[in-house]
Design a protein around this ligand. Structure first.
Ligand code: CP
Length: 316
């Protein structure tokens, strides 16, 4: 595996889930695979889960880990081409990326949507500079449009908790005080579309995701109807795609609460975290026995370890 950006990069999902189960059962079985290999994890914004779980996954494989927080640790990086660099960014990614690539064997990068330019975000201008200039395999630790390590962990969690062959999985928009990217819902939809689940997406009008992701997916604008007989409720906020980056609504009637969960088939509650309590979900739901958000976050180590392991095996 040379890159991990989308669901296509993981290959056969059944095989990937089997490998994930093996990694979870025996996390230290490959603890010499990464001997004398280094992974650099680069963050253009904050992270708790991605930073710690990817670091832990690499350490389980015996790797050395370097973490770089661009906003705190290095020079401010210019990302646009053709600009006169007379501002506060003394280094361009065009030099920084190949330099970082000389110091390590794999790079994990978290960029993020700028929300300033839809085309630049959806063309993944920052991530692509890493792909084009690093000279080493690249793992997306969340980009402007996708969060594949999260979606892989989400799918594995559903696999662990499902009690029927083809569960009904509902992705629901929920309110949030700030505009958030579409990366998590985009990837969730992308992975669920090829998984053995019945996927329904529910959100207020105006919050349609890019058709690149939702073509062929059932969208139900009535949240309560969508929840009926669901086996998994996956809550997430995202900003408008059409009116790009706009916060159109903070409608609390979309908060996931006990009454709505009672419409489901005793559904498990999922969220990628961090979560705003009593905005996205009530305390009662997230603290209930049906909430699997901590197990879901724990599985981020598993998804990262499968991906890094495959990359190390390909480097041999
Ligand atoms: N879910 C997730 O990616 O969390 P962090 O932003 O804390 O990494």
């Amino acid at each position: 595996m040379k890159r991990f950006l989308t669901v296509d990069d993981i290959g056969d999902l059944g095989q990937a889930l089997k490998e994930a189960a093996e990694v979870k059962k025996t996390p230290y079985a490959w603890d010499t695979l990464g001997k004398n290999k280094t992974i650099t994890l680069i963050f253009f914004n904050s992270s708790l889960r991605t930073r710690l779980s990817t670091q832990k996954a690499a350490m389980n494989l015996g790797m050395n880990v370097i973490v770089l927080d661009v906003n705190k640790d290095g020079w401010q990086l210019e990302t646009e081409f053709g600009v006169v660099m007379d501002g506060d960014k003394p280094e361009h990614l065009r030099e920084a990326v190949p330099v970082i690539g000389r110091y390590c064997d794999i790079i994990g990068v978290r960029s993020f949507a700028s929300f300033e330019d839809k085309k630049a975000d959806y063309e993944e201008e920052i991530l692509n500079q890493f792909i084009n200039f690093a000279g080493v395999p690249i793992i997306s630790m969340e980009s402007a449009t996708r969060h594949p390590l999260q979606a892989f962990a989400d799918l594995f969690t559903i696999e662990e908790f499902k009690n029927k062959e083809r569960p009904k999985v509902v992705l629901t928009w929920a309110p949030h005080p700030r505009a958030l990217p579409q990366a998590v819902p985009n990837s969730f939809v992308e992975w669920m579309k090829v998984a053995d689940v019945d996927l329904v997406v529910t959100h207020p009008k105006g919050y349609e995701l890019s058709p690149e992701f939702t073509d062929g997916v059932t969208v139900e604008y009535d949240q309560k109807k969508a929840f009926e007989d669901a086996d998994f409720i996956y809550a997430k906020n995202w900003a408008s795609y059409e009116q790009y980056g706009q916060l159109l609504s903070q409608d609390k009637s979309w908060t996931v609460d006990e009454e709505k969960m009672s419409l489901t088939n005793d559904a498990r509650f999922m969220h990628c975290l961090p979560v705003r309590r009593n905005m996205i979900v009530t305390d009662g739901v997230i603290d209930s026995e049906n909430s699997i958000v901590i197990d879901e976050a724990a599985n981020r180590v598993v998804s990262a370890q499968v991906v890094i392991k495959r990359m190390l095996e390909a480097l041999k």
